[in-house]
Design a protein around this ligand. Structure first.
Ligand SMILES: Cc1cc2nc3c(=O)[nH]c(=O)nc-3n(C[C@H](O)[C@H](O)[C@H](O)COP(=O)(O)OP(=O)(O)OC[C@H]3O[C@@H](n4cnc5c(N)ncnc54)[C@H](O)[C@@H]3O)c2cc1C
Length: 589
């Protein structure tokens, strides 16, 4: 079996670790009832296992194809998209007003994790649509919402995000695509966008492109960027599809992975576009989309990591090599302690990243609909803090875990025919797009640590200390040991945070040289915090869950958390050693 949704792990992470119950009874989620969680996850798991996963490897082999009439999706993808659409999955967390089911966003995220795990290339399509829905909800006019949202929410149409140009990657403000006002209030959009995910395809009847472009005389840089809606087919006042717009895919990229996700070069030749949000405020509008997408990309790391662990575990049970104590004849490699250690590393990291992403998702929900101003403000701080960590830590984890999955397969893992090899290739893009992980680290230390005078990280670290106390108070020797590791790791995070905040002011270059290492430490400690909560909560679960959660938290504490104090020196002084010798190392001063 290629992928089997880990329903009990996902449910446990949602309900026991990330505390989904904080949304119970919230007036904004009239349709939500905790009893719905199980059937929703179960149904999503079936689609993931039975429809999406079986197409993952054929999608990798054949990929999407560009012909004279545009892009044709990989074999079976149109039918799978129809099943996704007919199942109503796109609307799970969208407002009922626009045809959605009005459920918490975090539930939609848990479902997306399964779809990513089953078939990341496929799931990128609805992931981009959900970003477009968010942007329209937050910034669209009433007319724009009425015209585009129902069809996006029903998944009859899909959405894309068009930022990147050859000279404008991380530096989005360098983009040159032009938007010239037409007499009728629309705009003529001209320019080329590259790397546009699902920029063209044949799985839905229309595509709503959200495009960043510059108005004539717009200020330089990010302050002169505006956002436009550019439909592939024009949409009449009655909702009927009209003429083909002047936008087309003129090339498909040959990629390392996610072959079934068409990555398009898009040519806009005076295409008709409609301003969304205010002039020159496009980046702020796009950020609505990007924040949602960043968390979703974090879940790609979790989904692919989970799939890699499942494939490695299955292989380790079958592959026989060497002898092991208590096994007659050649032993399945699972019996070798080193292989079990690799598998445990994979599983613990996936669990930690899952909890970080779900906690970020719940904060996103509460920031929007929390009952009081105080709850909303605290949740917004938590969401802002966790978003770069959820994106970067989880996607780095996805690559590491997929690589370990290849290792468990030995030489077979290096053969393209194995799923393990595909997962490794697919996982590699996630640290790059939606803001590279380097940019996420800069966002964390540059903006997030100083928000509300540092309250976001201070409150997080207070909670981590409280978790360590809670674990210690159980008096269970295993949990007490985990508590000690967590407390020491949190102290290390505190020291690194203080240094980072001060150094961002006194010597920004040195601080930025430690940003990625700081984010890695923050992810380790926050991940360890959630695993510890899991181990404490599991004390009232069945023996199997209790054993699993205690072992994973204990393993993570003795490996990742135990290394945390040593990581502080690398953050504080590692960068300095390099910067001091820039001339010798790089020939630059
Ligand atoms: C498969 C795929 C799908 C994509 N889908 C989309 C899409 O749908 N829509 C879209 O608009 N774009 C999309 N992209 C583009 C993607 O978001 C960019 O590739 C990404 O933002 C990085 O930009 P770049 O490739 O120009 O790299 P660069 O910006 O050139 O970065 C190169 C390296 O330099 C580092 N770097 C850059 N600037 C800084 C800085 N200021 N400080 C420190 N380090 C820095 C980066 O971290 C990175 O390691 C996609 C890309 C790929 C490969």
């Amino acid at each position: 079996m290629a992928y089997d949704a880990p329903l009990s792990d996902i449910t446990f992470a949602l309900t026991k670790v990330a505390d989904l119950s904080r949304l119970d009874g919230n007036a904004a989620f009239e349709a939500y009832d905790p009893d719905l969680i199980a059937p929703i996850l179960e149904e999503a798991g079936k689609l993931a296992r039975d429809v999406l996963a079986p197409l993952n490897q054929i999608g990798d082999k054949v990929g999407a194809v560009l012909g004279p009439d545009g892009v044709t999706a990989a074999p079976g993808f149109a039918e799978a998209y129809a099943a996704f659409r007919d199942g109503g999955w796109m609307g799970l967390s969208a407002p009922e007003e626009w045809g959605g089911q009005g459920l918490p966003k975090v539930l939609g995220l848990a479902v997306m994790e399964m779809f990513h795990g089953a078939n990341m290339a496929f799931t990128l399509c609805p992931m981009l649509s959900s970003g477009a829905i968010e942007a329209l909800l937050a910034h669209g006019t009433d007319d724009q919402k009425a015209r585009y949202l129902p069809k996006l929410v029903s998944a009859e149409w899909t959405g894309t995000m068009n930022l990147t140009e050859p000279q404008a990657g991380s530096d989005v403000g360098a983009l040159r695509t032009k938007a010239v006002p037409n007499a009728d209030g629309s705009y003529a959009i001209t320019g080329q966008k590259i790397y546009i995910t699902w920029g063209d395809h044949d799985v839905a009847e229309n595509i709503i492109h959200l495009v960043l472009a510059r108005l004539p005389d717009a200020p330089e840089g990010t302050r002169g960027v505006s956002l436009f809606i550019v439909p592939k087919f024009m949409v009449g006042d009655d909702g009927a599809l009209g003429a083909r717009n002047r936008v087309e895919c003129i090339g498909l990229e040959e990629k390392v992975g996610i072959h079934a996700s068409p990555t398009c070069v898009m040519e806009y030749s005076e295409a008709t576009g409609f301003l969304i949000g205010a002039e020159n405020k496009g980046l702020a509008c796009m950020f609505t989309m990007m924040n949602s997408a960043r968390l979703n990309v974090g879940l790609e790391g979790v989904g692919v990591g989970e799939a890699a662990w499942q494939a490695a575990f299955a292989y380790a049970q079958e592959r026989k090599q060497g002898k092991a104590a208590g096994v007659t004849g050649a032993a399945p490699i699972l019996h070798h302690a080193d292989v079990r250690r690799t598998l445990t590393t994979m599983r613990a990291k996936v669990m930690a990243a899952r909890a970080i992403c779900y906690a970020c998702g719940i904060a996103t929900d509460l920031a929007e609909v929390g009952e009081t101003e105080e709850i909303r403000t605290a949740a917004k701080l938590r969401e802002d803090l966790l978003t770069p960590i959820a994106k970067a830590w989880s996607t780095d984890m996805g690559v590491d875990v997929a690589s370990l999955g290849v290792q468990v397969h030995g030489g077979m893992g290096f053969m393209n025919e194995t799923l393990a090899a595909q997962l490794y290739r697919d996982a590699r893009i996630a640290p790059i797009y939606e803001g590279t992980n380097g940019i996420q680290a800069i966002d964390l230390v540059g903006r997030k640590l100083s928000m509300a005078d540092g309250a976001a990280m201070t409150e997080m670290m207070d909670e981590i200390d409280a978790t360590a106390r809670r674990a210690r108070e159980t008096n269970d020797p295993g949990l007490v040991q985990i508590a000690e590791r967590l407390k020491a790791a949190n102290a290390a995070l505190g020291e690194a945070t203080l240094w980072m905040r001060e150094t961002m002011i006194s010597d920004r270059e040195t601080a930025l040289a430690g940003a990625t290492a700081y984010l890695a430490l923050a992810g380790d400690v926050i991940g360890g915090h959630f695993l510890t909560i899991g181990a404490v909560e599991a004390r009232s679960s069945d023996g199997q869950t209790r054993g699993k959660m205690t072992a994973l938290a204990g393993f993570f504490a003795e490996t990742s958390l135990a290394a945390a104090p040593g990581a502080v020196a690398g953050i504080k002084f590692g960068g300095q050693a390099m910067l001091d010798e820039s001339e010798a190392l790089f020939g630059i001063s």
